[in-house]
Design a protein. Structure first.
Lengths: 443, 428
């Protein structure tokens, strides 16, 4: 038999879970070194592991468009050797120590990380401090990595979703750098040489433009000491980041043909992640698509059976970004009805706020999802690194508090400002000609 | 009873925080993991695709569990779970079908009741079967849109058919069209008799959880029946090529069947895998193909991929430009010949072992990982739920073991090769 706790107990739960999130963030020890490097250390002894991340406040947004892709290219070259750890050494040592490493380039920042057993995690600091100071950038290594990135571009070009999202992103942002692919184009990739890589590294990869994050089975003071001992590089102040041109907003359609299924993205403008309205939009996204009881899942997947799945999320960006609503159409069903269903749902939110039951469910799911999504130390290090690169460590807590406390009037105001279908970029990836009997709807 | 546990009492085996109790054909596994106010729970029934008489039968049966029970429809089940912030799902894999409920730990009683309702009282509603069938057929179409997956499916078919490991667990559009709710209900009934496990990890009192679960399984009336035997693979062809529409890249798989999860060679094969590249970019194959020749972004290596109750596979994958296909295959073969001729040196062995030992704690980081490992231990009869067991096996591996398993399980003359070749010419 199902046991139903008192309604009050369930209703109070999001606030209790927020307490867990707040305790984690407030438990982080933050210091700034003399050279401007931000350091964040959190002791978390649930596993005998330590995650170490370094976040640089530089990404695709900071590139010269003629060398589009240089931020991502540099991310690859960061594994190709510096003064102390030569080509191949970083991966060999990581593997031998039983660790993992990787890196991500976004439009706004670049993040590198290692996770090691707690008795050897300082190797991550040795590697990061070495490659922050400078890179070898040997000509043959640059050429070999250029070929690898050409293959990476080919890999994404074979994926219908990647190509659709890229097309919509370009249409949504125009000349703003968020409209450019992070990998660059084949032409801009070929234009990048060791000199451009070195310049980007010299300008942005300096202590005053970075944050080191350590989360795991560590003594906080000892971790701070280990970091201060290694990151001694003098640093000029953090560079001014470019002021990109404003995004060219307005309704547009993007249509392409690839694959065997019809795929849809509806992209709407959002404020920067630091704007209080951003968290409210994330809550509205959850009302629409988080869980099987969400509005659009119930309507478009389970009831009308028009979509295999439907999803919505607001990009967390430094400049105004987009909220993307995506769905994969069921073959043989009218995809026009799928698009109309999503746009109608947006209009409903503009006209009327979600019910209290919908809000309570969305909040419950978001808080529990957050905890399950941040069980691993590495995920907690990404969270802190990302927050530090985009704003400050308190950003995740502010965001959670905001989405827990937003009133119906505020939801209505935010929906009215950002979720208007007439401002959407609508992108379709249709089946390739002759693939299926469920192509575009008649229009 | 799981070996290596202490404090056995009343038919239970336990460590200070982990308990296993066998009840008929099912085993119950509970671990107290403090730290976060969460609980993960999973039920697994030994009725996976490897036993099914028709493709997709088990997977569809599993997914139908969440589509309605004797007392509630799918929407009521979802609403009940999500209004508490709980995440529920039903599934079917190669070895098992079952269900998942993850939630905050104060709700553990509710979570287990919900899980048991879905597992033991499914209604298999006709109208939900129609929709689920259509969904699964579309998911198969969607998989075909990914050129690497399309090539991989052809590779699995080549290596394993007619064994079920050679096909997607979702089945085929044709086999799905023939499945009925009666067939799914019948499969569910039969499979309960073959047993399975229920695994719980989180901030819970293990004794209270067992006391809650045990009577339900004691009362379970699931008649035993003969367990089917899956058909053996047939080596039909050595080389297969498929055409890929809309792909810029060619995709190449080479491989051979190797060992099941319980095979004594598994630990040495895993060490060999790291030497070759399963541990990252510094393995022999990624080093040669990506780092030295720049042929690919991804080079994947595994020596026992997909191993379960039946053997898995040694496989090497590369996605590369079509004009580099022959060169890539030649490089892979050269590295494998070098392995068989020159063997592995002691430094490589120690680095590979160091990698796997260092990775061992990563396997137990999350509650979801812990319940999955409990299930691995229960379903395969291993001790993967014990964090000390796998490192012990790795430490026992000698250089001679690695070289022997290489010679035993990798034969370049017998490799199955699958090539997915783009119809469209690459743009650069």
């Amino acid at each position: 038999m199902t046991q139903i706790p008192a309604q009050g107990a369930i209703a109070d739960r999001p606030a209790a879970l927020l307490g867990d999130i707040r305790r984690f963030i407030e438990g982080v020890s933050t210091r700034r070194l003399d050279n401007g490097l931000d350091v964040h250390v959190a002791s978390d002894r649930r596993s005998p592991l330590v995650a170490c991340a370094v976040a640089y406040r530089a990404g695709t947004r900071d590139e010269d468009p003629a060398y589009g892709g240089v931020a991502h290219f540099l991310e690859h070259m960061m594994f190709k050797g510096a003064e102390r750890f030569g080509a191949g050494e970083i991966d060999r040592l990581t593997q031998a120590a039983g660790g993992v490493n990787n890196a991500f380039t976004s439009h706004d920042s670049t993040l590198y990380y290692f996770t090691f057993a707690a008795d050897r995690w300082r190797l991550a600091l040795d590697i990061e401090s070495d490659r922050m100071a400078g890179l070898n950038l040997a000509a043959e290594d640059v050429e070999a990595e250029r070929q690898v990135i050409h293959e990476e571009i080919s890999m994404y070009e074979g994926e219908p979703w990647d190509m659709l999202l890229r097309g919509v992103q370009a249409a949504a942002f125009g000349r703003h750098p968020y409209g450019r692919p992070i990998l660059g184009t084949r032409a801009t990739l070929d234009a990048i040489g060791a000199e451009q890589l070195r310049q980007f590294h010299r300008r942005f990869y300096r202590p005053s433009n970075a944050a080191v994050v350590v989360v795991g089975d560590v003594d906080v003071d000892a971790a701070h000491a280990a970091i201060a001992e290694r990151f001694t590089l003098p640093s000029p102040p953090a560079p001014e980041r470019p002021s990109p041109p404003a995004a060219e907003r307005g309704a547009r359609r993007v249509e392409r043909h690839q694959g065997e299924l019809a795929r849809l993205e509806v992209a709407l403008p959002t404020p920067p992640v630091t704007d209080p309205d951003h968290a409210v939009l994330r809550l509205l996204c959850s009302v629409l698509t988080l869980g099987r009881s969400s509005r659009l899942h119930r309507l478009l997947v389970d009831d009308q059976q028009l979509a295999l799945w439907v999803s919505a999320d607001a990009q967390q960006t430094l400049d105004p970004g987009v909220l993307g609503m995506t769905a994969e159409a069921v073959p043989g069903r009218d995809p026009g009805r799928l698009e109309a269903g999503i746009l109608d749902a947006l209009r409903e939110l503009v006209d009327e706020p979600p019910s209290s039951a919908e809000l309570a469910r969305a909040r419950q799911l978001m808080m529990a999802d957050w905890l399950f999504g941040h069980e691993r130390l590495e995920q907690r290090a990404f969270l802190l690194g990302g927050a530090s690169a985009l704003a400050d460590l308190a950003l995740p807590v502010r965001s959670m508090e905001r989405l827990l406390n937003a009133t119906p009037d505020e939801l209505l105001r935010v929906a009215g400002r950002y979720l208007r279908p007439e401002r959407a970029v609508i992108g379709w990836s249709w089946p390739e000609a002759g693939d299926a009997d469920d192509g575009e709807p008649d229009r | 009873m799981t070996a290596g546990l202490v404090n056995a009492k009343d038919g239970r085996a336990a460590t200070s925080n982990r308990v296993r109790l066998d009840v008929g054909p099912f085993s119950l596994h509970v671990e107290h993991v403090p730290g976060l106010p969460l609980v993960a729970s999973r039920a697994f029934v030994r009725g996976g695709a490897r036993l099914e008489p028709s493709p997709g039968w088990s997977h569809l049966t599993g997914r139908l569990l969440a589509e309605g029970t004797r007392t509630r429809d799918f929407a009521a089940l979802a609403e009940d779970a999500e209004s508490r912030g709980a995440w529920q799902q039903a599934f079917g894999t190669g070895e098992t079908f079952g269900a998942v409920v993850d939630t905050v730990s104060t709700d553990w009683r509710w979570a287990l009741d919900h899980l048991l309702e879905v597992l033991l009282e499914p209604a298999f509603p006709e109208e939900r079967l129609d929709w689920l069938r259509r969904q699964v057929q579309a998911e198969l179409e969607s998989m075909k849109d990914q050129p690497d997956i399309r090539t991989h499916l052809a590779f699995l078919d080549q290596l394993f058919a007619p064994h079920p490991y050679g096909r997607p667990v979702q089945g085929t559009p044709e086999s799905l069209a023939e499945l009925t709710v009666e067939a799914c209900a019948s499969w569910h009934r039969r499979a309960l008799g073959w047993g399975g496990c229920l695994c719980v990890a989180g901030d819970v009192d293990v004794d209270a959880v067992l006391e809650h679960l045990e009577p339900r399984f004691r009362a379970l009336d699931a008649p035993a029946s003969e367990v089917p035997v899956p058909p053996a693979p047939i080596d039909a062809e050595r080389r297969r090529e498929i055409d890929l529409k809309g792909s810029e890249q060619a995709h190449l798989f080479l491989g051979q069947r190797t060992v099941a999860r319980t095979h004594p060679d598994l630990a040495a094969l895993e060490v060999l895998g790291v030497v070759l590249g399963s541990g990252g970019l510094s393995g022999r194959l990624p080093l040669q193909l990506r780092e030295k020749e720049g042929l690919a972004y991804h080079v994947d290596v595994s020596t026992a991929a997909g191993c379960g109750l039946d053997p898995g596979r040694f496989s090497v994958y590369i996605g590369t430009s079509a004009r580099h296909l022959e060169r890539a295959e030649a490089s892979i073969r050269r590295e494998l010949e070098r392995l068989l001729t020159d063997g592995v040196d002691a430094g490589e062995l120690e680095e590979a072992r160091g990698y796997l030992l260092g990775r061992a704690p990563f396997r137990y980081e999350t509650l979801r990982q812990r319940v999955e490992l409990m299930a691995v231990a229960a379903i395969y009869g291993t001790r993967d739920d014990d964090p000390e067991w796998w490192p012990g096996r790795l430490r026992a591996v000698q250089l001679a073991d690695v070289e022997r398993v290489a010679r035993t399980w990798i034969d370049p003359e017998k490799l199955a090769v699958t090539v997915g070749r783009p119809l469209r010419q690459p743009s650069a």
